[in-house]
Design a protein around this ligand. Structure first.
Ligand SMILES: *Cc1c(COP(=O)(O)O)cnc(C)c1O
Length: 377
């Protein structure tokens, strides 16, 4: 089976993790700071705060911005549930807006139309690894005094007008789940240029305690104060050791993802009825996903044929407004996001990961063409 995504774990990753396991600190130790510094440097951010999932990263971002009951947070319809849930965790209300029809990114016109006096933040999702329309989004955020947050869980290594995802928004959240660019098993990171927000997130990931274990050890005291409601969102030193070795290979892996994307585009140009999502000239795409559109009437059959023939295609994502939780809690309904809902009938994520070989790329394209021909017959 060729999966749609797969982690790459090599000998140096294993060695680094084993060494971390034998070190004095298994958590809240020196590997955390080392991974954070390397990550901040990699994406051009001033601060990076490690947490134990992308979901925790989004939650920490909301808490650092003091988002709470009575606040609205604007999110796109095409994303993973955690993008909206981070507002709900804080007692705030996610406001789901439709996407634009080409790249399925949050539509700035709909964002503008959704802003009210309750709005506090926009979460832009760089879907598939394609950065959003940040000039328009920044202008809206500035005009209405909103925080601009990026859910960059698909977009490590992407650039928009030369600037990296991680240094564009006020806060950028990343995930290190095995299907993402960099794997720590589970893990996440938030980057920011704001030292005050970084400090708030460091506190939040460790129960909002005034001094962590290491600081108390250094000062020899036992006292601490719990200043607010925090969580245990800490990433272990073993995971951070893995993060450091994985990060060192990101540029090479990203180049391979882009090469695969070019390979798909070249090969698919000759296949009728398949349209890859387009790439804007202003960006360098990170290709977490390679998403194509096929005719809605053929999609299910193509999906099933490919799965049956050993090609692990997937669908990202069922629009948020179609999920029970948002219908129940927000009054969202079918028909709210017509662009996202129409796209959802057509999209397929093809296999995309640095270890995918050229022969496998050929195999995926051949099987996709055959499945489509069969579905149309
Ligand atoms: C993966 C992902 C998340 C959540 O990350 P976890 O590490 O699985 O918690 C959030 N948003 C998007 C867009 C994602 O792809």
């Amino acid at each position: 089976m060729i999966p749609y995504a797969r982690q790459q774990i090599e000998a140096d990753d294993v060695a680094a993790m084993v060494a971390a396991l034998r070190a004095p600190f298994l958590t809240t130790g020196p590997k955390v700071a080392e991974f954070e510094a390397a990550f901040a440097d990699h994406v051009g951010a001033d601060h990076a705060v490690a947490v134990n999932s992308g979901t925790a990263a989004l939650h920490a971002a909301m808490q650092a911005l003091s988002i709470g009951p009575g606040d609205d947070v604007i999110v796109p319809a095409i994303t993973f549930a955690a993008t909206a849930n981070c507002a709900l965790f804080q007692g705030a209300t996610p406001v789901i807006v439709d996407v634009e029809a080409e790249r399925l990114l949050i539509d700035p016109e709909r964002v503008e139309a959704a802003v009210t006096p309750r709005t506090r933040a926009i979460i832009a999702v760089d879907y598939a690894g394609h950065p959003c329309a940040y000039d328009e989004l920044r202008a809206i955020a500035e005009a209405h005094h909103l925080a601009l947050v990026t859910d960059g869980c698909h977009a490590l290594g992407a650039r928009w007008r030369g600037r990296q995802v991680g240094e564009i928004a006020d806060l950028t959240c990343f995930s290190f789940h095995p299907v993402k660019h960099l794997c720590t098993g589970e893990g996440g990171m938030v980057t920011t240029a704001d030292a005050r927000l970084a400090a708030a997130m460091r506190s939040f990931r460790s129960h909002c305690m005034s001094r962590d274990f290491c600081e108390r050890e250094r000062s020899g005291g036992w006292e601490y104060d719990v200043t607010d409601l925090g969580f245990n969102y800490r990433l272990t030193d073993m995971q951070c050791a893995l993060g450091v070795t994985q990060l060192a290979k990101q540029s090479e892996w990203l180049a391979r993802r882009r090469e695969l994307a070019r390979g798909y585009r070249d090969r698919l140009a000759g296949v009728p009825l398949v349209r890859p999502l387009p790439e804007s000239a202003a960006v360098e795409h990170a290709y977490h996903l390679f998403v194509v559109r096929v005719p809605a009437g053929a999609r299910r059959q193509v999906f099933e044929r490919l799965r049956a023939s050993g090609v692990g295609v997937n669908v990202h994502y069922r629009p948020l407004n179609l999920h029970t939780i948002y219908q129940r809690r927000l009054g969202a309904a079918k028909g709210d996001c017509p662009v996202a809902e129409a796209a959802y009938q057509e999209i397929l994520s093809l296999p995309m990961y640095p270890g995918l070989r050229d022969e496998e790329l050929d195999e995926v394209v051949d099987k996709l063409a055959a499945a489509l021909a069969e579905a149309r017959a």
